[in-house]
Design a protein around this ligand. Structure first.
Ligand code: BGC
Length: 755
């Protein structure tokens, strides 16, 4: 298929028709020229292919498929290979079902625990989100199925999602909200990007040329097409010019017509239309050339995989007295409706019609040491005395009590945000009452986002299972009974209470204006800088074995910002069970002219270790690991000075640390005026070469010469220097006795700026 030639043969109407969908899930064909339609479908954690009565909210049934662990869970794996495997499984399903583009992954940053879609997102940390989602992308695209990385950009709330304006400064966008998209494009080579519903700094993402063309294509080299989120188009003509290639779903022909009219009226260049068509067809051709509908889709095998993976996502948050794992001969009261009917995915467009679901009770079938009590109702929030009494009786008789709790569907979903971080009152009451009669109470949580845990002190163990996909029950059994050693780590901080979250004061916004006022201080970047207690920190998670870290080495004590630094560290399994440890590397800038977090995750590796085994883990750090986004340079910048290299068990538990020096090779150009202050001139050697005599004279002029000999005048000269620091150069005119006026000072400034 010669795409350019085909385009040259198309009428304007045919070209415009290709810029919007045929229906909910298909693009339009051009039968006259033999261009077929393609199908796209949702699928961040499994295929949601709808046939009839399509909708984008997951309301109507889709075909049977496999629900893998959702992103909130897989992010806790800290395991790139796992994400790749999930991607391959989803890619196979898409090939089998003739779906050309999978609408995922969703990589927005978890700014607040309240976002209704957090279960679909990876992390509060941009590096973790980028690394894991890019692995997923590579897995899917290895099957010659395109991804649509979404929702670009700064779409971290559901509240007023189709109208809200995310007001975010440039540095924060670059450091926090863009990296996962940047990595998807540069490293993952994503075929398509889905723009978000919201506006970004005043302009709808769907018609934001700075975002869709200058940044995405110009800077990052994106060569695929941009598709709108479903119904995200406001001004279609502006969108085409901005770089929004495909509008989904169908616009009923109205926007196609507007595009045609705009071209005819000279408001839109036909070349913009041609370019969009070319991008869409180029991507679809990759699929057409590699379609393999005979690809087998072994759902049973994928279910087994989903179980194993979900087990390795679970995070052991507490395990007093080694109450876990449960021994085979111990009696256990399994309590909670979620043990029978698990919550394993979120609501909305990612909702999978699972071909089967495995609950904890299913997985324990035939185990005679088990009793079950429902404990709570998922519809009513208030405690049900009869259900609690039954659970308490069961718990009294058992060696251990396992309560499976979490958040009901209605608490978190696409389309709206949570209003609080609490669990249902009936579950809190149940946990407290059961823990009062059974000292070995274990809580398993199925939820898509952090919850407050006022009951944490009453129970011995807590396992965070997140939304672990359709085999979550089997996975829970594997972890509780010790067949899998827990190895997940929190991909987000759990604040003690919602009010502690950095976005608390402005989250959701006033009307449509959502100002991201905490800037780069999202999640642990904020809690660590403020030395605040958290319930559980970012990166945290326990194991049934123990690990020791040793021999942290760096390849150099001093590097330039153009060099790379190699870091190695040894990790030993010092316990009795095999396990997997997540090695986390954080970098911190010891002194900086801009506000920076104490530490930021810049490397992680998951390592499998037999008891007694030691492995050496290596990391390579490039410029980005040390840099912040300098808005004046419009580039990543490293300030010269000392940086910490830390190996931590979490952002709050640093085991080993070294300090190295990084030399900048970039001079930040300063543009001085007569209103610039001396403190800034003093940082610039070329400015001081010109101004040193004047500074000296200023000090004299104020009666405080640098050559004073008494202690009294020495103190005074420091005071004068401190005062001079914040004076603008123009004040010299007032203190030089008329020797240097505004004109002379302007000439000096020109001399410095041109030096
Ligand atoms: C969601 C997207 C989804 C699309 C199609 C939208 O409402 O925001 O994530 O891909 O619907 O279902």
């Amino acid at each position: 298929m010669d795409i350019k030639k085909l385009i040259s043969e198309m009428t304007l109407e045919e070209k415009a028709s290709l810029l919007s969908g045929l229906d909910f899930w298909h693009t339009k064909p051009v039968e006259r020229l033999g261009i077929p339609s393609v199908m796209v479908s949702d699928g961040p954690h499994g295929l949601r292919k709808q046939s009839d009565q399509a909708d984008h909210l997951g309301v109507n049934e889709s075909i049977k498929a496999v629900c893998m662990p959702t992103a909130c869970a897989t992010a806790a794996s800290f395991d790139r290979d796992m994400l790749r495997q999930i991607g391959e499984a989803v890619g196979d399903a898409c090939q089998h079902e003739k779906v050309a583009v999978d609408l995922g992954p969703a990589v927005n940053i978890k700014r607040s625990p309240l976002c209704g879609r957090n279960f679909e997102y990876f992390s509060e940390d941009p590096y973790l989100a980028a690394e894991l989602s890019t692995s997923l992308i590579k897995g899917i695209q290895s099957r010659n199925i395109g991804v649509s990385v979404k929702h670009f950009a700064a779409n971290s709330q559901e509240h007023r999602r189709m109208s809200s304006d995310s007001v975010v400064d440039e540095r924060t966008l670059r450091e926090i909200y863009y990296p996962a998209f940047e990595s998807a494009v540069k490293d993952g080579k994503a075929w398509t990007v889905m723009c978000s519903y919201n506006r970004l700094n005043g302009e709808y993402a769907s018609q934001h040329r700075g975002l869709l063309t200058d940044l995405l294509r110009g800077e990052w080299g994106f060569d695929g097409y941009v598709v709108s989120d479903w119904g995200a188009v406001s001004d279609r003509v502006k969108g085409v010019h901005a770089g929004l290639d495909l509008e989904m779903p169908a616009s009923g022909g109205t926007n196609d017509q507007r595009v045609v009219e705009a071209v005819r009226a000279g408001e839109l260049d036909e070349k913009d239309v041609d370019l969009a068509v070319e991008r869409i067809l180029t991507v679809h051709k990759r699929y057409w050339d590699n379609a393999k509908p005979d690809t087998p889709w072994d759902m049973e095998a994928q279910h087994e995989l989903a179980r194993q993976l979900a087990a390795e996502c679970m995070v052991l948050l507490k395990n007093e007295d080694g109450v876990l794992p449960i021994a085979q001969d111990e009696t256990v009261a399994v309590i909670g409706r979620f043990a029978k009917v698990p919550r394993y995915q979120g609501g909305g467009s990612s909702h999978i019609n699972s071909f089967k679901v495995e609950s904890l009770l299913d997985a324990l079938e035939g185990n005679e040491k088990i009793t079950y009590a429902q404990g709570y109702d998922i519809v009513t929030e208030e405690p049900d005395e009869a259900l609690i009494a039954e659970a308490v009786e069961a718990a009294k008789k058992a060696d251990k009590a396992v309560i499976v709790a979490g958040l009901p569907d209605s608490f978190e979903s696409e389309g709206y945000d949570r209003t609080h971080m609490r669990m249902p009152a009936c579950q809190v009451a149940l946990i407290e009452r059961v823990a009062a009669v059974n000292p070995n109470t274990i809580v398993v949580l199925y939820n898509g986002s952090p919850v407050e845990m006022p009951w944490i002190g009453c129970v011995k163990a807590v396992v965070e299972g997140y939304l672990g996909g359709q085999a979550v029950g089997g996975a829970t059994k594997l972890v509780l009974w010790g067949d899998v050693n827990p190895c997940g780590r929190l991909p987000e901080s759990f604040p003690i209470k919602l009010e502690h979250n950095p976005s608390y004061l402005t989250y959701g916004g006033e009307g449509d204006t959502a100002i991201y006022s905490e800037g780069v201080f999202v999640g642990y970047r904020y809690y660590d800088r403020k030395c605040m207690d958290v319930l559980f920190p970012f990166g945290y998670g326990l194991s049934y074995t123990s690990y020791e870290y040793s021999n942290l080495t760096v390849s150099a004590d001093s590097i330039r910002d153009t060099d790379t630094l190699n870091v190695t560290v040894d990790v030993t399994n010092t316990g009795k069970l095999p396990g997997k440890e997540v090695m986390q590397l954080y970098v911190g800038d010891c002194e900086s002219s801009v506000f920076r977090p104490v530490r930021e995750l810049k490397g992680f590796e998951k390592v499998a270790l037999q008891p007694g085994e030691t492995k050496t883990v290596s990391f390579t750090l490039g410029k980005r690991a040390f840099a912040y986004w300098n808005a004046a340079l419009h580039d990543w910048h490293v300030e010269s000075g000392a940086f910490t290299i830390e190996i931590g068990r979490s952002s709050r538990d640093i085991a080993l640390s070294k300090t190295i020096n990084v030399e900048s090779t970039v001079e930040v150009p300063a543009h001085f005026t007569v209103n610039s202050i001396f403190a800034d001139f003093m940082k610039s050697p070329k400015a001081m070469a010109v101004l040193a005599p004047i500074v000296e004279e200023m000090a004299h002029g104020m009666g405080m010469g640098g050559d004073s000999e008494t202690a009294q005048s020495a103190i005074s000269s420091e005071m004068v220097e401190a005062m001079v620091r914040y004076m603008p150069l123009r004040s010299v005119a007032s203190f030089s006795g008329g020797k240097l006026g505004y004109k002379e000072l302007s000439a000096l400034v020109d001399m410095i700026n041109n030096a």
